[in-house]
Design a protein around this ligand. Structure first.
Ligand SMILES: Cc1cc2nc3c(=O)[nH]c(=O)nc-3n(C[C@H](O)[C@H](O)[C@H](O)COP(=O)(O)OP(=O)(O)OC[C@H]3O[C@@H](n4cnc5c(N)ncnc54)[C@H](O)[C@@H]3O)c2cc1C
Length: 296
């Protein structure tokens, strides 16, 4: 196995163009496991750790440009206000050691349906900035996941950054696992309220071949909130609406039975997480806008 060590982004793109089968390594928390277990024996490993730009971030007017290798620990520490859903998801990843190394670029590279960043990115709304010697492009997050552990990257492309919309409302992330830490999700759910556009976005992990959104549930809830004037009057979401939203989220899943859980349990758990995260985010929206039912 040869080890490529580009010193700049341009060198990395050139090396990837010359050796499209080269496997990039950032934190190494997925790659090294695969190599250690002999699941993968690449001809070339390409170390991205000398490229400084990849572990930096910029907070813009509307979005955060997150370098592909920014570790989860930094997101939790520095970007909690801008990216609350992703910060909450980061908290649930593995252990402090892994959170100090692993990042969102690696999670996207692996594209496991169980990756914790995905539901948060889907709910917040994100674009993946990728580049090759042929040029740069931005892939909407909804189009990024193409199959089980497959993504939309071309063989010569690398992920440079992720552009994530700054939160304009409450966000939540919920994960079911067999314990509280060092656990791969049995299933997971991300929810983001977007009062600016009066929309709600979801993200579901580990309950379908790829991370997905529950679009029918989003459309149903958008209509119910609008019809009831709830964004303005701040009334509690009627239990029948929360129940239907949960049912539609569960119905969006296409899970399998595996060692971590049955398909039926996953569907049920996604429904429970959908209802709970909706209640939590809506209560915090009402609180932030000091909306009380008496005043409405
Ligand atoms: C003990 C343990 C526990 C874990 N627990 C969790 C968990 O709870 N939740 C979770 O989501 N994950 C978990 N993981 C998996 C892993 O930590 C995450 O997927 C992490 O985000 C990977 O990031 P990394 O930087 O280490 O990626 P790497 O291992 O360096 O790379 C992962 C993949 O992405 C590709 N890649 C990396 N950077 C780029 C780039 N810039 N452009 C193109 N491709 C790139 C690599 O080639 C590889 O295919 C765990 C891993 C371990 C070892």
């Amino acid at each position: 196995m040869d080890f490529l060590r580009p010193a700049s982004w341009e060198e990395a793109l050139a090396a990837k163009a010359e050796h499209p089968t080269a496997v990039p390594i950032a934190g190494g928390t997925d790659v090294m496991v695969e190599i250690n277990f002999d699941h993968r024996r690449p001809e070339y490993l390409m170390d991205l750790n000398r490229i400084g730009d990849l572990d930096a971030w910029e907070v813009g007017e509307e979005s955060v440009r997150l370098g592909a290798s920014v570790p989860y620990a930094r997101i939790m520490e520095h970007l909690r206000a801008e990216l609350p859903g992703l910060a909450l998801a980061s908290h649930t990843v593995a252990s402090p050691q892994i959170r100090n190394r692993g990042g969102v670029g690696g999670n996207l590279g692996t594209a496991s349906p169980a990756g914790d960043a995905h539901p948060a990115l889907l709910a917040a709304g994100a674009e993946v900035e990728v580049e090759s010697v042929r040029g740069a492009r931005r892939i909407p997050i909804d189009a990024f996941y193409t199959g089980v552990k497959r993504n939309a990257l071309a063989p010569d492309e690398l992920i440079r950054a992720i552009h994530i919309k700054k939160a304009d409302g409450p966000q939540q992330y919920s994960k079911v696992g067999t314990r509280n830490a060092m656990v791969i999700a049995v299933c997971a759910f991300g929810l983001a309220l977007h009062p600016g556009t009066r929309t709600v976005r979801t993200g579901i992990g580990s309950a379908a071949p790829t991370p997905i959104r529950a679009r029918a549930a989003e459309e149903f809830l958008d209509a119910a909130l609008e019809e009831g004037g709830l964004w303005d009057n701040g009334k509690t979401i009627p239990p029948s609406v929360a129940k239907r939203f949960a049912e539609l989220c569960a119905a969006a899943c296409n899970p399998i039975d595996d060692v971590r859980g049955t398909a039926a349990y996953r569907r049920h758990a996604v429904g429970v997480m959908a209802r709970r995260t909706l209640t939590w985010t809506w209560e915090s929206y009402r609180g932030a806008h000091r909306i009380t039912e008496g005043a409405a």
